[in-house]
Ligand binder design. Structure first.
Ligand code: ZN
Length: 467
């Protein structure tokens, strides 16, 4: 596989640290509010990477953290009166609920900062002991960037306004403008933990380095993990700082490859349809099925910026409908062996830095060819088995097309409406059993007027809304 490495700024072959292994860490959310579309995009992008590597035969270990101690969480707790634990539990649960609705697989390892305090404290102590960290008067522990010759070698983004930086540094009691807090000394109205270097709480950057080292890293290899990922906004300073901490504490490199996903822009006016200008995944899920959102967010290459608007989202749903329409034609058929040709086409596309456009184009082609084949030879059972197998394989790889094809087209209808339709279908079946065919026909007619089409299949009557 070839991936785009953000540090080298080019595509490079993926050669894992250890044969057939792939250890991936993606920076997760700070759990003080609901997940927004930016979180969804990042989660879906790296979910695709993970599924692709699994398909290619790698033994993948995937970690995503939850930052559950942070200024924003503390602020929210003081504002709302809710405890830190209640806030972080609620939003961690919400995040997992929303991501699962989007078909994002749960991480293998989901460390939380408050549960990794011993690993964090241990790493900070190492950095103090080897002279890479120092304490200011108030006992805050700072990372000394001047001790790391490779600082800035990751993002090359350390050329901000030096005067402003120096002034801030002076105010905060650090030695160099770029130094950052590893451990924030306890203040008033704060949440603090004991540590050998004084009561306080971890800075944001240290938790990822400490968690990777403790829970995910290979032992005694040049790199701790294979791929470190996150949103492009995390490249600097967050990832730069993570890399520096690990280098200085362990004398190893944090990750062999760095991957970053692009931003999500909301299309202003166009968004006012039903979502307003909400960035929240939960609001989008109120209007659209998670799989529709997933397919839409998946459709733009992960490195490009994403312009979210509902028109494109609906167009994207229509594209996904085609897959379900084919699946409907294959209703009741078991999954056979997926077609080698399409597996290869789709996998090859994804092997090229997750070229999703090419992969989806191959799926469109598969659907078109399959429909043609079924039109020409409707009784080719072997073909149908294999086409169904291909659809199941696509679901495993991309997380789309896994739902019941009939239910897919009933989406968005109210429960009452569905109950009413099913009652009429039952009445029609009863009329048929009683050989009252004129009544059965009349009911079929009534349903047709409601925009409902019936199909009598060997496994019973199925229905769909005429689109
Ligand atoms: Zn991180």
């Amino acid at each position: 596989m070839v991936i785009y490495d953000s540090v080298l700024k080019k595509k490079v072959p993926f050669v894992p640290v250890l044969d057939n292994e792939a250890r991936i860490y993606v920076c997760g959310p700070t759990v003080y509010d609901d997940a927004h579309l930016g979180h969804a995009r990042s989660a879906i992008a790296f979910d695709l990477l993970r599924r692709t590597l699994v398909e290619l035969g790698y033994n993948v270990t995937f970690a995503r953290n939850f930052t559950d101690i942070d200024d924003k969480i503390i602020k929210k707790s003081f504002e709302t009166g809710e405890s830190i634990e209640a806030i972080t539990k609620k939003y961690t649960d919400h995040y997992l609920r929303d991501m699962r609705a989007l078909g994002v697989l749960d991480a293998d390892i989901s460390p939380r900062a408050t549960e990794a305090l011993d690993a964090i404290i241990e790493m900070i102590q190492k950095l103090i002991d080897n002279g890479c960290a120092y304490q200011s008067e108030d006992k805050t522990v700072w990372f000394d960037t001047s001790k790391d010759a490779l600082y800035c070698s990751l993002s090359h983004r350390c050329s901000d306004d030096e005067d402003t930086m120096a002034r801030i540094a002076h105010e905060e009691g650090k030695r160099h403008p770029r130094d950052f807090a590893l451990w924030k000394a306890c203040k008033e109205k704060d949440v603090c933990y004991d540590a050998p270097f004084g009561r306080g709480r971890p800075g944001w950057h240290i938790e990822c380095s400490a968690m990777i080292d403790r829970y995910l890293a290979y032992k005694e290899t040049e790199y701790e993990i294979d791929i470190h990922g996150g949103g492009a906004d995390l490249f600097f300073p967050h990832h730069e700082n993570e890399a520096a901490q690990t280098r200085c504490a362990t004398h190893r490199k944090l990750a062999k490859y760095w991957m970053h996903n692009g931003f999500v822009n909301i299309g202003g006016e166009k968004m006012s349809k039903s979502l307003g200008n909400s960035f929240f995944v939960k609001d989008a899920l109120r209007h659209y099925d998670g799989e529709i959102l997933r397919f839409y967010l998946l459709g733009t290459h992960y490195r490009a910026n994403f312009n979210f608007n509902e028109e494109d989202l609906l167009a994207s749903k229509k594209r996904l409908d085609k897959l379900y329409r084919l699946k409907k034609r294959l209703y009741g058929i078991k999954c056979g062996t997926p077609e080698k040709h399409w597996k290869k086409e789709i996998t090859e596309a994804l092997k090229d830095d997750l070229n999703i456009s090419k992969a989806l184009a191959a799926i469109d082609e598969f659907i078109a060819k399959a429909n043609e084949h079924i039109d020409a030879t409707p009784k080719d059972k072997g073909f149908k088995l294999s086409a169904m197998g291909t659809i199941a394989w696509i679901d495993k790889l991309l997380g789309i097309g896994g739902k019941d094809a009939y239910e897919w087209f009933q989406m968005g209808m109210s429960k009452e409406h569905i109950i009413q339709i099913e009652a009429l279908i039952e009445a029609r079946n009863e009329a048929k059993r009683a050989k009252n065919f004129s009544k059965a026909d009349a009911i079929r007619e009534e349903l047709s007027d409601m925009g409902i089409r019936l199909m009598d299949t060997p496994s019973g009557t199925v229905w769909e809304r005429v689109q």
